[in-house]
Design a binder for this molecule. Structure first.
Ligand code: NAD
Length: 333
């Protein structure tokens, strides 16, 4: 079996926690080269995973290495340039979320991908949680009837004020573009991407200066369904929490913990599996599924999900969310 040759650009937190260990375990993949502007990281990662080539300048990697695809795990403000350079070199891409800083940058990436006949997948790992995938398949087979309301929330402390994701020009925003974007993706994917009608969001800067650290919002869709959410890096709570509930005319599903049931007259049909896995396992599994899915698409085995086309919808939604917060009122999209 010929191996898919992958390069990873950006060897920081998420690359070391998820992408490198998972890719290195896949029998049909070779991590052919890596790039990072920090030479010390290059050396340690090369020796840990037995990777032969490392570059401090990713452009040299693209010039010298015969690779099929690139995983981009650099800070968000660098995504657009790196993605465009990779696409012009005819490489398929898995870009960590968010695709870029803005809708305009996302459009540039999407257009360049089309022009060069390349695939761009964006790392929306929540969609690839096994429990989320089960709920989606139950929705698709009509078990819950018509979905009319999704409520979701994610509260997780942010670790440092020093990191780039606290600087608006490098991250594109705060908790909304960090946790929110993946949560919105999960919700609108479950709702099957209905066109958006109005957005009403309030943001807070409780402990941050340049970016928001909490947000609460309400979105109406043109098909009458609605989405409500809360995201925060700073709300005082006992534990970090992530949850989603999807309500349909015939049944309801909850994530974290997974519960799913349908009511037919007075009978309740329970779809909840006896075990749905612990949160840590589900998080790791979501990345394994996402990365396997990307490799499958590159190898021509499965169609690509979470494409740059989907990212355009998400970035437009996100910009509407920020606009509503800035104007402090409900807006039409
Ligand atoms: N899906 C998730 O759950 C998840 C979690 C964390 C981060 N992310 C995303 O992953 C990306 C990276 O985040 P992180 O937390 O790993 O960041 P990080 O700061 O820990 O790591 C980024 C790495 O990129 C390197 N880098 C910076 N500019 C570069 C360039 N031009 N060329 C090559 N290397 C360069 C840095 O030296 C660093 O090693 C971000 O887009 C972030 O939003 C996703």
């Amino acid at each position: 079996m010929e191996k898919t040759r992958i390069a990873v650009i950006g060897l920081g937190g998420i690359a070391q926690l998820m992408h490198l260990p998972i890719l290195s375990e896949l029998r049909n993949v070779e991590i052919a080269a890596v790039a990072d502007i920090q030479k010390s990281k290059l050396e340690s990662i090369k020796s840990k995973y037995g990777i032969r080539k490392g570059y401090t300048n990713y452009k040299e990697l693209l010039e010298n290495e015969d690779i099929d695809a690139v995983v981009i795990t650099t800070p968000t403000h660098t995504h657009v340039q790196i993605a465009i350079d990779c696409l012009k070199a005819k490489k398929h891409l898995l870009v960590e979320k968010p695709i870029a800083l803005s809708y305009k940058e996302a459009k540039l990436i999407n257009d360049t991908a089309k022009k060069n006949n390349c695939m761009v997948m964006v790392g929306m790992n929540l969609r690839f949680r096994p429990d989320a995938m089960l709920i989606k398949s139950l929705i698709n087979s009509g078990e819950f009837g018509d979905l009319f309301y999704v409520n979701c929330g994610w509260i997780r402390k942010q670790s440092s004020d020093e990191k780039w994701f606290m600087k608006k020009n490098e991250s594109g925003g705060g908790v909304l573009i960090d946790l929110g974007i993946v949560l919105f993706d999960l919700a609108i994917w479950l709702l099957d991407f209905p066109p958006i009608k109005t957005i009403s969001v309030k943001t807070f800067n409780q402990r941050t200066k340049s970016v928001e650290d909490s947000a609460v919002g309400f979105i109406r869709f043109k098909n009458s369904s609605v989405l409500s959410f809360e995201v925060s890096w700073s709300i005082h709570s006992e534990h970090d929490s992530f949850s989603l509930s999807a309500f349909g005319t015939e049944g309801t599903a909850h994530l974290n913990p997974l519960k799913a049931y349908r009511k037919i007259e007075s009978t309740r049909i329970d779809y909840t599996p006896p075990q749905s896995g612990n949160p840590k396992h589900l998080y790791k599994k979501s990345f394994e599924n996402e990365i396997n899915h990307f490799i499958g698409a590159v190898r021509g085995i499965n169609p690509l999900h979470s494409s740059s086309e989907d990212a355009l919808i998400r970035m437009k939604l996100l910009e509407g969310i920020y606009k509503s917060a800035e104007l402090n009122k409900e807006i039409e999209l």
